[in-house]
Ligand binder design. Structure first.
Ligand code: NDP
Length: 259
């Protein structure tokens, strides 16, 4: 099946690692032209160095919590790619702490990252996406947005806000012909979890993560991989998926306790 992504001009935030990087790789294989950002530009360039041989790739340092930084990145992307057809709001991380352990400033930072990290990008790209024949936004969010967890209290609240925002944006941007959909993740083996594994003192990632998967009630009994997220994201970006908007796609390995 041809997803008709060849030549599409797509922007991904948080593309130096994990889900963003895996998505960039898949889209490059499909022949899409890419604008990629992360805060650490050296790490981004190193991680994506091989993609330039396949397709046009624009890389830039950008902090999605800064409107000015996002505006500058988007302006460069639109200029270099000649417009935009799709955006993946992916940059971020989770704050794993109970409310008791979290300062007010950390709470504000978390809301800033989750809400403005997507909103700045959508505002900055709106005109370019409206000019596309089939503009699409994919917001990378988490199942936590519907099922909060105690040690992820602030992240869960911010994610719920982002999910509601996505539904509102899907209605508002429909007037431009732009679709807005969310992918809700379960537990995915990326930089975030590798950092937690390193801090845990455990020595076998497979056993450590299988125990967490079991504890969380993941039917498939394991974490997902970043590659397993790249395909659902690509299908939501595809112009062939032209009647899907305001939707949420759960990719969580069958987390049955959320049913
Ligand atoms: P990684 O840590 O592997 O990658 C995160 C990426 O985001 C990096 O490229 C990082 O680069 C970038 N980034 C972080 N903060 C910013 C910022 N302020 N501005 C621009 N770029 C930023 O994480 P994942 O691939 O796991 O995470 C991708 C998304 O999925 C995140 O939003 C995460 O919260 C979400 N998610 C992940 C889950 C999981 O289990 N892995 C579960 C639920 C949601 P740099 O640090 O250089 O900026």
């Amino acid at each position: 099946m041809d997803l008709q992504l060849a030549g599409r001009r797509l922007l991904i935030t948080g593309a130096s690692s994990g889900i963003g990087l895996a998505t960039a790789r898949l889209l490059a294989e499909e022949g899409a032209r890419l604008a990629l950002c992360a805060r650490d530009e050296d790490r981004l360039r190193t991680a994506t160095a091989d993609l330039g041989a396949r397709t046009d790739v624009v890389t830039a340092s950008c902090d999605v919590t800064s409107r000015a930084s996002v505006d500058a990145f988007v302006a460069t992307a639109v200029d270099r790619l000649g417009g935009l057809d799709g955006v993946v709001c992916n940059a971020g991380r989770s704050l794993m702490r109970s409310l008791d352990e979290t300062t007010d400033e950390e709470i504000r930072d978390e809301f800033d990252l989750k809400i403005f990290g997507a909103l700045h990008v959508i505002r900055a790209t709106r005109t370019a996406l409206a000019a596309s024949d089939r503009g699409a936004v994919v917001i990378v969010n988490a199942i936590l947005s519907r099922q909060p967890e105690t040690r992820l209290a602030v992240t869960s609240a911010a994610r719920a806000g982002l999910l509601n925002l996505s539904s509102s944006l899907a209605e508002e941007l429909a007037a431009d012909g732009t679709r807005v959909n969310s992918v809700l993740l379960g537990l995915i083996d990326t930089g975030q979890w590798q950092r937690r594994f390193a801090e845990s003192g455990a020595d076998d990632f497979a056993a450590w993560s299988a125990e967490i998967a079991d504890d969380r009630g993941i039917a498939l009994g394991r974490f997902g991989s970043a590659d397993e997220l790249a395909f659902p994201i690509a299908t939501l970006l595809s112009p062939r998926n032209s009647y899907t908007t305001g939707a949420t796609l759960e990719v969580g390995g069958g987390v049955h306790r959320y049913v």
